[in-house]
Design a protein around this ligand. Structure first.
Ligand code: ZN
Length: 297
């Protein structure tokens, strides 16, 4: 089985959906590419954002909770999510974020200049420059993420073993890995493990890794089961198929197919402009449209 090439998407829990849209669309200049509901909890939106070309591997998704249930960051979660921007654009982003009254801290978290900040709901984010140049300064996709593993050695074993990530230079605090695909997504685990987190607003729910197709997904399911992990059945997520598992550090990993893609239920040009429901919920559309806060898009 081929090594994991890249991140498929990362999904986080945030607060008010309109505040979420304003932050990721207007401040980070991503494109809202899908308005749907959480297929496991359909009274909650599931909002997907990507780059403007809807490039695979640039997708960040949100479950915007309106119940004020704050989470606690800690082990068993994905930590800070880093976006990659074109070479030479870090100053632009520092000035841009500061102009929006966002506090930015300059660090070396990803082994190079890193801008650390939080979104409107306290989700930890970062911006790191890539080696690519571009016509504008927009986000190119993920640079990577931190994993708040409860068992960094166990997490390392899965990442560098079965999943085929490469270990980069690490120190006592941080183990640093990268995916082998052209995106070279960077994954960091922090040592020592923090106290356990609790899911809620301002925390990341899971990270999904891209696999080419459903046959390969089933092979991953068997291989991970052979490794002793509890793995879910294949779930139909409409835009991709997925399996889920908890790795040894209790971080939720999803493995998701690249297709069929976000244009299965709407035109590529109008992605994200209307509420899309999977067929099992279409008959309750009126109920959801009444229940869900109106999105200002
Ligand atoms: Zn997911």
């Amino acid at each position: 089985m081929e090594a994991i090439q890249r991140i498929h998407h990362i999904s986080a829990i945030v607060g008010d959906p309109n505040e979420n849209v304003r932050f990721y669309r207007d401040v980070l200049r991503l494109r809202l590419i899908k308005q749907t509901v959480n297929f496991d909890d359909p009274g909650v939106y599931h909002l997907y954002f990507g780059d403007h070309a809807v490039t695979p591997g640039t997708v960040i998704t949100f479950f915007p909770w309106t119940n004020n249930n704050q989470g606690r960051k800690g082990s068993g979660q994905v930590g800070r999510i880093a976006f990659r921007v074109p070479q030479g654009s870090l100053n632009h982003w520092q000035e841009h974020l500061t102009s929006k009254d966002i506090q930015v801290e300059s660090t070396q978290l990803f082994g190079k200049d890193t801008l650390e900040f939080t979104d409107i709901h306290g989700l930890d984010l970062a911006i790191v420059e890539g080696e690519e140049t571009a016509v504008n300064q927009d986000i190119l996709g993920f640079h990577g993420s931190v994993l708040l593993s409860g068992n960094p050695e166990g997490t390392k074993e899965l990442l560098t073993g079965r999943m085929g990530l490469t270990e980069l230079e690490s120190d006592d605090q941080n183990l640093h890995f990268e995916t082998v695909g052209k995106e070279k997504h960077h994954i960091i685990t922090l040592n020592p493990p923090q106290p356990a987190g609790r899911f809620g607003i301002g925390t990341v729910h899971h990270i999904a890794w891209a696999v080419p197709d459903e046959d390969t997904l089933k092979k991953w399911q068997s291989a991970l089961q052979e490794d002793g992990f509890g793995v879910t059945v294949v779930k139909d997520r409409n835009y991709f198929n997925s399996i889920y598992m908890s790795e040894k550090g209790h971080v939720v990993f999803e493995f998701a197919t690249i297709g069929p893609g976000f244009d299965v239920d709407e035109d590529i040009d109008s992605l994200g402009t209307a509420l899309k429901l999977p067929k099992q919920y279409e008959h309750k559309r009126q109920e959801y449209e009444t229940l869900l806060p109106r999105l200002d898009v």
